[in-house]
Design a protein around this ligand. Structure first.
Ligand code: ZN
Length: 383
């Protein structure tokens, strides 16, 4: 049985934030990150629209990049005192993912975090509140996925919490909110969206819907990412990238991801390398590695007027350099000594990552190490 898991209602156009005026409810907690949503005015506009709907609001501000479980407990405590019937995640994916986990601990104060790191272990939600996701970056597609990535800082591990319970009730995909996104965040998140499209397309789950979304999202990223980076005020390009991010998210919510994400989660947790930036480093070599096990890359290459898996890998490398992104892990200032010391640890964790099971080619830990080493130096994989 195939079922398409998608946000309950999807409002996607420039200016769609205003639709908050039409939400029915009593109280909302808005969860957001540092200060970008306040500075850009999006937070005040969201509060204003909810107030117009007769909804009382409370703001939980300051969710950090790569949010920890401790932050999620803090937010849940605020929610338990305020008793909202809506939770609004407004900002980058860190804010929205944290808001999702706050929602879980608000409804289930005794839920065990470690238990929920096992796939589909989140208890039933919507007993107290429903969820609105309003992304300000165009990458993870968290506004339509049943995924929240939470970091355990002590262990240096990023946990993807996976459950369709976490798929938002309303997604507001408004490109205007992205207009103030810095260039490096635009490029990193856009390359993440691209990676979702590629990995979902070649994953070992066959799904016609996901395939169409992945192809469509890939096409939009190649046509719009450079413009969104170079001309941040171009709302058309912003909206296009926002749509591509949603499409990539919807594709992988149903067809899953592969080892680019398995490799990336580890260097993100250990070295703090931005998720999209490491994805863009691993993706070309993983395309080369996976091309030995799947015939599907030429179909994706055709979307951008190319022919082979190698063409697609090179096109990703070209786009990556055109948006000024790094081509190797060592460019993040990680010494060879430090890398060698941690290689076994991250390769084993990548092997155990849930995304590895959906990759079209079953890797060994040794192969993952070889891909890691090639990408550390910015070399090409060919095995
Ligand atoms: Zn991703």
């Amino acid at each position: 049985m195939s079922k398409l898991f998608i946000a309950g209602e999807v409002l996607h156009s420039a200016g769609s934030l205003e639709e908050l005026k039409n939400v029915k409810g009593q109280k909302a907690v808005i969860v957001t990150g540092g200060s970008s949503m306040r500075k850009s005015g999006s937070l005040d506009r969201a509060i204003g629209f909810l107030n117009e709907a007769g909804i009382e609001t409370k703001v939980f501000e300051g969710v950090e990049e790569d949010p920890s479980s401790a932050t999620c407990f803090d937010g849940a405590e605020v929610m338990r005192k305020f008793q909202p019937d809506w939770i609004v995640g407004l900002g980058g994916c860190s804010a929205i993912d944290a808001a999702k986990m706050m929602w879980v601990f608000y409804e289930h104060p005794d839920a065990d975090f470690d238990e929920m790191t096992k796939p589909f272990s989140v208890p039933t939600l919507r007993n107290k509140a429903k969820f609105i996701a309003i992304p300000s970056t165009s990458g993870t597609g968290t506004e339509t996925t049943g995924l929240a990535v939470i970091t355990d800082r002590e262990k240096g591990v990023k946990y993807p919490i996976v459950s369709y319970e976490l798929t938002p009730d309303i997604a507001i995909v408004d490109g205007e909110i992205c207009a103030t996104m810095p260039a490096h965040v635009t490029s990193n998140t856009g390359l993440d969206a691209l990676t979702h499209c590629v990995e979902a397309y070649v994953s070992n789950i066959e799904d016609n819907y996901a395939d169409a979304l992945a192809k469509g999202g890939l096409d939009i990223v190649f046509k719009n990412l450079k413009e969104a980076v170079n001309n941040p005020g171009n709302i058309k390009a912003r909206q296009n990238m926002h749509d591509a991010s949603f499409m990539g998210g919807l594709a992988f919510n149903n067809a899953w991801l592969g080892i680019v994400h398995s490799l990336s989660h580890q260097v993100g947790a250990l070295y703090g390398i931005p998720h999209g930036a490491s994805n863009a480093i691993f993706l070309p070599n993983v395309i080369r590695y996976n091309a030995k096990a799947t015939e599907r890359f030429p179909e994706l290459a055709q979307v951008i007027g190319k022919e082979t898996a190698e063409d697609l890998a090179v096109a990703v490398e070209t786009l990556r350099s055109e948006v000024n992104n790094q081509a190797s892990i060592k460019e993040f200032g990680i010494s060879q000594e430090d890398w060698d010391k941690n290689l076994d640890y991250i390769a084993n964790n990548a092997f155990a990552d849930p995304c590895t099971g959906f990759n079209p080619r079953k890797p060994t830990v040794e192969e993952l190490k070889d891909i890691y080493n090639a990408c550390y130096h910015g070399e090409v994989v060919n095995f």
